[in-house]
Ligand binder design. Structure first.
Ligand code: COA
Length: 301
C-alpha cells in the first residue's frame, strides 16, 4: 500500500469513495440509509477541502489500483484539524486508516491534532483512541426544520461578518478556547462557491461576543463552526442566522451536550438527535471555555 497526496484527476473517485464508505458503514453497522444512492453530492466537499488546504489529503492506494482510503487534514496556527477519514468498504479492517493517520501525525510535526468523530462508530473511536487521542467533550448532532415564517424580531443583533471582522473572530476563539484558525474565517467571508455564511454579534463596546458560520452544500445546510461567550449569545446567533438565511429549510448542527439551554431550545424547536459525537485531541488540549458549535465542514472542534 502506498500513501500519496490527492491529485485533481482523483476528485470523482474520492467522492465515490466517501459516499460508499459512509453509506456501507451506516447500512451495515447502524442499519440506516442516511446517504442515499448518489455519490455526486460529495464532490463539492472534496473541492472545498482542497481549495481550503491544497495538498492536505492523504490517499492510500495499492499499486495501480483504486483508492483504498483518504484522510484530510487542516493545518492551523495552534493545531491540525483532521477529517474526514474514510476507507473503501472492501478494505475495512486492514490498517488503511491507521496508516493514513500515522502519516498525518508525522506531517503535524508535534502540533496537537483535533477531530470530531461519531461516538456511535466503534471503528473510528477505537482507531483514534488507540493512536492516543483523548476524548474531551460529548456533542450531539441534531437536525430541525426552520419555520417558513422564521422568527421575526428575534436575533436582530446578528449581522453578517466582513473581512474586517476576521482577525477579531480568530482572536475571540483563541481567548475562549485556546485555538486559532483565522484561515477558515477568511475562507468563509470570501464565500467560496457561495457555500458559506458567517455572522457575528457585537457587544455595546464594539467587541465581539460570538460568531457563527454556516455551510450549505447540496447535501445539507449545517450551522457551525461558531464560538460565543455564553449560551444566550449562541442561541441568538443560531436564531438570527436561521431566520435571515434558512427559513423553511432543514438544518443540522452539533451542540455540546453540556450546553443545556441550547439543547433544550433545540428540542423546543422540534430538533431530533441524529448522532452522538465526541471531540478528541492528541497532544495539548486547552480548556474550552466558550460555547462551541463544531462542524464537519471543515472539520473543527
Ligand atoms: C472508521 C474507518 C475509517 C476505520 O478504517 P479501517 O481502515 O477499517 O481502520 P484500521 O483497520 O486502520 O484501524 C482500526 C483500528 O481499530 C481497532 N479496532 C476496531 N474495532 C475495535 C474495537 N471494538 N475495540 C478495540 N479496537 C478496535 C483495530 O484493531 C485497529 O487497530 P490496530 O491497527 O492498532 O490493530 C472505516 O471504518 C470507515 O471508513 N468508516 C466509514 C467512514 C467513517 O465512519 N469515517 C470516520 C468518521 S469519524
Amino acid at each position: 500500500m502506498k500513501l500519496l497526496r490527492l491529485q485533481t484527476h482523483q476528485y470523482d473517485d474520492l467522492a465515490r469513495l466517501l459516499h460508499s464508505s459512509l453509506d456501507v458503514w451506516h447500512r451495515t453497522r447502524l442499519n440506516t440509509d442516511r446517504f442515499g444512492s448518489d455519490w455526486r453530492p460529495f464532490r463539492p466537499m472534496v473541492e472545498i477541502y482542497e481549495a481550503l488546504d491544497p495538498g492536505c489529503c492523504v490517499v492510500a492506494m495499492d499499486d495501480g489500483g483504486p483508492l483504498l482510503g483518504a484522510a484530510f487534514f487542516h493545518p492551523r496556527e495552534t493545531h491540525v484539524g483532521v477529517g474526514i477519514v474514510s476507507v473503501s468498504p472492501t478494505a475495512f479492517g486492514r490498517g488503511v486508516a491507521r496508516a493514513m493517520m500515522q502519516e498525518i501525525i508525522r506531517a503535524a510535526a508535534g502540533m496537537p491534532l483535533r477531530l470530531v468523530s461519531n461516538a456511535m462508530n466503534l471503528d473510528s473511536f477505537s482507531l483514534y483512541t488507540r493512536l492516543g487521542f483523548v476524548p474531551q467533550m460529548l456533542l450531539q448532532s441534531m437536525t430541525m426544520q426552520v419555520p417558513e415564517e422564521g422568527w421575526p424580531g428575534l436575533g436582530t443583533r446578528v449581522r453578517p461578518a466582513t473581512a474586517a471582522d476576521v482577525g477579531a473572530i480568530a482572536d475571540l476563539e483563541f481567548r475562549l478556547n485556546g485555538i486559532r484558525k483565522e484561515k477558515d474565517y477568511r475562507f468563509f467571508v470570501d464565500n467560496h462557491a457561495d457555500f458559506w455564511r458567517l455572522a457575528v454579534i457585537e457587544k455595546s463596546d464594539g467587541q465581539l461576543a460570538g460568531f457563527l458560520a454556516a455551510s450549505f452544500l447540496p447535501a445539507e445546510i449545517m450551522l457551525g463552526q461558531g464560538v460565543a461567550e455564553d449560551e444566550e449569545t449562541m442561541r441568538e446567533l443560531m436564531v438570527g442566522l436561521m431566520d435571515q438565511s434558512f427559513r423553511g429549510k432543514k438544518v443540522a448542527f452539533i451542540l455540546p451536550s453540556k450546553a443545556t439551554l441550547l439543547v433544550q431550545q433545540a428540542y423546543a424547536w422540534g430538533g431530533r438527535n441524529r448522532e452522538i459525537n465526541v471531540l478528541s485531541v492528541l497532544g495539548t488540549a486547552p480548556p474550552l471555555t466558550g460555547v462551541t458549535l463544531a462542524t464537519f465542514l471543515p472539520e473543527s472542534g
